[in-house]
Design a protein around this ligand. Structure first.
Ligand code: UDP
Length: 244
């Protein structure tokens, strides 16, 4: 797998299909692995938060979640064929789960959301087995109980929807104990699947302005988007160091 160094993060130069193939192999192989779909906000924070960068460096597959990362790669003289977002990879893997009869565990989002998202996945992909669900509003004292619940459910795939970077931190922390082949953060994807939040229209995805549409649909996001110009500046300043 070819990786590209973007501000210190090894991002896989893969298409959505290739990412799914790799994950397919991870599941068959069975050893616990973490998949991170990396967005600019996370990567920006990782410049100063060592733990976040360590997680990305130790992850088994890091994909470019968003045009910001694809653009940063190009600025560094590399190519990443396309963005591979959390929700797109989740949907693609759910398809694979249907074909292969994989067990899926959904952790995160408000109470009831993971169940509804799980039912929707089962409806779309007969063959997919919903191994279990748990909401995302538990205290850290309850971590061990949640880990035990997941272990008992024996999933092939664990999707964590606690928001970035909490979901990546949680996944990395318990990866060894969970005994799940593939652990991956999916942000607000369960809300979209459950129908509690709408995904931005397809035309905005095609024009690569899904981020703008999300901002219009959910103005609270503006604070997060403020990091994008700072991220862009950093990429431009450090661009020459990135050519490796
Ligand atoms: N969430 C959660 N527990 C928390 C914080 C957030 O389960 O302590 C859920 C929240 O309900 C939502 C998701 O995590 O479903 C975060 O969605 P967001 O779109 O903010 O994540 P991003 O796509 O930015 O990673």
């Amino acid at each position: 797998m070819k990786t590209v160094n973007i501000l210190g993060a090894p991002v896989a130069s893969v298409t959505l299909d290739e990412a799914a193939q790799l994950v397919n192999w991870f599941v068959k192989e069975g050893r616990p692995r973490q998949v991170v779909t990396l967005n600019p906000e996370y990567l920006y924070r990782a410049q100063v938060e060592r733990q976040l960068m360590d997680i990305v460096r130790q992850a088994d597959l890091v994909t470019a979640d968003g045009v910001g990362i694809v653009w940063a790669a190009r600025k560094a003289g590399h190519t990443v064929p396309e963005r591979v977002t959390g929700i797109d990879l989740l949907l693609r893997l759910a398809q694979e789960a249907g074909v292969n009869g994989w067990r899926v565990f959904l952790l995160g989002s408000a109470p009831g959301v993971a169940e509804a998202a799980g039912r929707e996945l089962e409806r779309r992909h007969p063959g997919l087995v919903l191994a279990g669900t748990h909401h995302g509003y538990f205290k850290s004292e309850e971590d061990e109980d949640v880990v035990a619940k997941i272990r008992e459910a024996r999933p092939d795939l664990l999707f964590i929807a606690l928001g970035a970077p909490k979901q990546e931190i949680w996944g990395a922390r318990y990866l060894g104990e969970l005994d799940v082949p593939v652990v991956m953060g999916v942000g607000g994807s369960l809300d979209v699947l459950a129908g509690t939040v709408r995904r931005a229209p397809v035309w905005t995805q095609r024009l690569h302005i899904e981020w703008l549409a999300r901002l219009v649909m959910d103005p609270k996001r503006w604070r997060r988007q403020l990091v994008l110009p700072k991220f862009a500046l950093l990429v431009l300043l450090k661009g020459s160091n990135l050519k490796n």
